[in-house]
Structures are given as structure tokens and as C-alpha cells.
Design a binder for this molecule. Structure first.
Ligand code: PMP
Length: 378
């Protein structure tokens, strides 16, 4: 069987070789970063070096990084730990933010936060608030105007949390320039192992950042913000991947030409497909597109049979198709949303992967469209 083509890198991406080496090396060693003896001190050094690399990936300070078990936990720590009674959450957030509850900030048809609505919401109530908006969307790749959101929120005394899980390693991310108060990132989205992430809180180390309180009881690890013996192998891999991801940002940007060739082929095949978020800034690796009349799950299965892994834009549970909250928030009609798939390229994607995808997509689309014409003629 020929090689399986993986085009679902926003779900999780391939381990970077340096990250694998770092993980394996820790798994072969022993030492708890809290121990005072030599092996403990060595383990602590590994952790602190990784902290520096993770901080550098977002132009932050290592003293402001709190390691967590992943993006989900970083988001929870930010939302719960900041202690703000009022939360304003964009309608297109990941479930780890959305399910925390709060007032929803509407988005427009491109998936961009409606700044006027947000301004009205902030004006309507003076309770100190947290605004949570992601930097880039996992389904569409759409990049939110975080700097404008921060400026608006800060004017109203609100703090801003930014889920940058999908953005880091794909586009340059500068926490200082963005001005956010809290930022979440995740190791397995940048080429390290799942089960590790970080919350970065500018000013945490110097005591000038926003307040944050951990919710676990235990030892004093991560200065008490996230207690429990650290996932040192995960952290070491995270640091190694962060270094490679930072060095590889220019290469990652070049994936836009592959992604654009998919979008172009989809348009010229003339099946009436939609590409969501294509009119605004998007991650260079992501395309969220429809194949009219063909359910997402049918497409995912057809691609899988052809040896290509893509993601469905909707989930089917107990026989009913559940439309993605992101597409619903963008007011995509249900009939269209049911036919969406997401293609997400990764640091190791090749031109030939994309060419194969395009050829399979065309064959499937044209075959299904011919089948529908035959059915209606019969
Ligand atoms: N936020 C976003 C935007 C994500 O895409 C994901 C992962 N799907 C998460 C948070 C959660 O990260 P993790 O898998 O590390 O818990």
C-alpha cells in the first residue's frame, strides 16, 4: 500500500525529530525536577531550558510561562484562575473555552469577532471582565484582530485571554506586541507530544501581570499555579519543538502556496464549492471547504479509502449530523455546513501530497455530481 497522506495537522501534527529525541532521552533517564540531588538538578535544568524555548516562540519571558497538561488545561486555568466574574467569549472558540460559559461575542460571516458588538457588551456592564478570543481558528484558520480587541477591552478595564494553540508555530506570534494578558499554547500542535501545554501570563514573574490562581491541591510545582509532578518528557519535547517551529516559520509560510493551489483547483472544478474564511487573513495551512451535495462524513470516508486523512466539519451522533459551532456562528446554512471538510497541512507536508489530494477531490466531486444528475434524470 502506498503511503498514507495526512492532511489533518490542526488535529495534531507529526512529531518533529528533535522533539522525539528530547522525549526519548528523558524517558531513558531518571530525575524529578523537585529533587535537590544531581539528577533532580539535571531534570530541573531540562525543564527550565524548555521553558526558555517555549517563551521565545511567542517572544515572552520564561518566568511568565506555566506548564500545563495541554491547551485545554491552559484555557481552563486562564478562564477560572483569573477570577473574573464576567466572561465574554467569542462564538468560535474551542470547546475548552466555550464550555466554561459566559456571554457570547458574535462573529461575522467570515468568522471575525464583531468589534462593535463587543464594544456594546463592554459598555453595558462595568463588572470587571475577561474577554477570551482565539488568535487563529482551528476549523477555518481565520486570524482574529487580537490587537484591536485588546485595545478595546483594556479601555473598559477588561483583561484578554487568547487561545493561540492553532497559531503558534504557523505564524509569528508576539505576546508583547499583541498585548494580551493570558495566552494558551499546546505542544502537540507544534510537533511535540500531546499532554503538554503552557499558559503564558506576561508580568507573572515580575508580579505585574494579571492575577492567576491554580485550582489543584498538591506540591509547589510551577510556583503553585499548576501543581503535580511535571511531565518532564513532554516538556523537553515541547521545548525542542518550539525551537524548531520558531526556526521553521518562513518554511511554514510557504505552505500557503500549496493551500492556495487546493483552493484554486476547488474553484476551477466549478462544483459550486464554498471556501470559508478565504476573504480574510487565514493561517497558511488551512482550508475549510464544501463539496455541494456530499456529506462531510461521506467525503472523509472516501478520502480515507483513497489513503488521505482529512477532517469533517461536522460530527454525526445518534444518526443526527451536528453542525460545527464555528460554522453555525458564521451563519453558514445547515445544508452547506453538512458538506464541509477541513484540510490542514503541516511542517512535513509535500507538494505531491497536495497534488494527490486535488486529484482525488476532483474525481470524487465530479463523480458525485454526475451521479446526482443521473438520479434526477431517472
Ligand atoms: N484550543 C484550540 C483552538 C484547539 O484547536 C485545541 C485542540 N484541538 C485546544 C485548544 C486544546 O488543546 P489540547 O489538545 O492540547 O488540550
Amino acid at each position: 500500500m502506498s503511503k498514507y497522506i495526512y492532511l489533518d495537522h490542526n488535529a495534531t501534527t507529526a512529531m518533529r525529530p528533535a522533539a522525539t529525541r528530547a522525549v526519548v532521552s528523558i524517558l531513558k533517564s531518571v530525575g524529578n525536577p523537585s529533587s535537590v540531588h544531581k539528577l533532580g538538578r539535571e531534570a530541573r535544568k531540562v525543564k527550565e531550558l524548555a521553558r526558555t524555548s517555549v517563551a521565545e516562540l511567542v517572544n515572552g519571558l520564561s518566568e511568565d510561562v506555566i506548564f500545563t497538561s495541554g491547551g485545554t488545561e491552559a484555557n481552563n486555568l486562564a478562564l477560572i484562575g483569573c477570577g473574573r466574574a464576567r466572561r465574554l467569549i467569542s462564538a468560535v472558540e474551542h470547546s475548552s473555552v466555550l464550555n466554561a460559559g459566559g456571554e457570547v461575542i458574535a462573529v461575522d460571516e467570515n468568522g471575525l469577532v464583531d468589534l462593535d458588538r463587543l464594544s456594546d457588551q463592554l459598555c453595558s456592564d462595568s463588572t470587571p471582565a475577561l474577554v477570551s478570543v482565539m488568535l487563529a481558528n482551528n476549523e477555518t484558520g481565520v486570524i482574529e484582530p487580537i490587537k484591536d480587541i485588546v485595545e478595546l477591552a483594556h479601555r473598559h478595564g477588561a483583561i484578554v485571554h487568547c487561545d493561540a494553540v492553532q497559531a503558534v508555530g504557523k505564524i509569528p506570534v508576539d505576546i508583547v506586541n499583541l498585548g494580551v494578558d493570558l495566552m494558551s499554547i499546546s505542544a502537540h500542535k507544534i510537533g511535540a507530544a500531546a499532554g503538554c501545554g503552557a499558559l503564558i501570563v506576561p508580568g507573572l514573574g515580575s508580579g505585574t501581570g494579571c492575577n492567576i490562581k491554580g485550582s489543584l491541591f498538591g506540591g509547589g510545582q510551577e510556583r503553585g499555579y499548576r501543581v503535580g509532578t511535571e511531565n518532564l518528557a513532554g516538556i523537553a519535547g515541547f521545548g525542542a519543538a518550539a525551537k524548531e517551529a520558531l526556526a521553521g516559520l518562513d518554511d511554514f509560510a510557504k505552505l500557503a502556496s500549496y493551500r492556495n493551489s487546493i483552493d484554486e483547483a476547488v474553484k476551477t472544478t466549478n462544483l459550486g464549492s464554498m471556501i470559508f474564511g478565504a476573504k480574510v487573513d487565514r493561517l497558511p495551512n488551512t482550508s475549510c471547504l464544501t463539496m455541494p451535495g456530499v456529506d462531510s462524513d461521506t467525503q472523509v470516508m472516501a478520502f480515507d479509502l483513497a489513503g488521505i486523512g482529512v477532517s469533517s466539519g461536522s460530527a454525526c451522533s445518534s444518526g443526527r449530523t451536528k453542525i460545527s459551532t464555528v460554522l453555525s456562528a458564521m451563519k453558514v446554512p445547515v445544508d452547506q455546513a453538512k458538506t464541509v471538510i477541513r484540510i490542514s497541512l503541516g511542517w512535513n507536508s509535500k507538494k505531491s501530497d497536495v497534488e494527490t489530494f486535488i486529484s482525488v477531490w476532483r474525481d470524487l466531486g465530479l463523480r458525485e455530481s454526475a451521479r446526482k444528475i443521473n438520479l434526477s434524470a431517472a
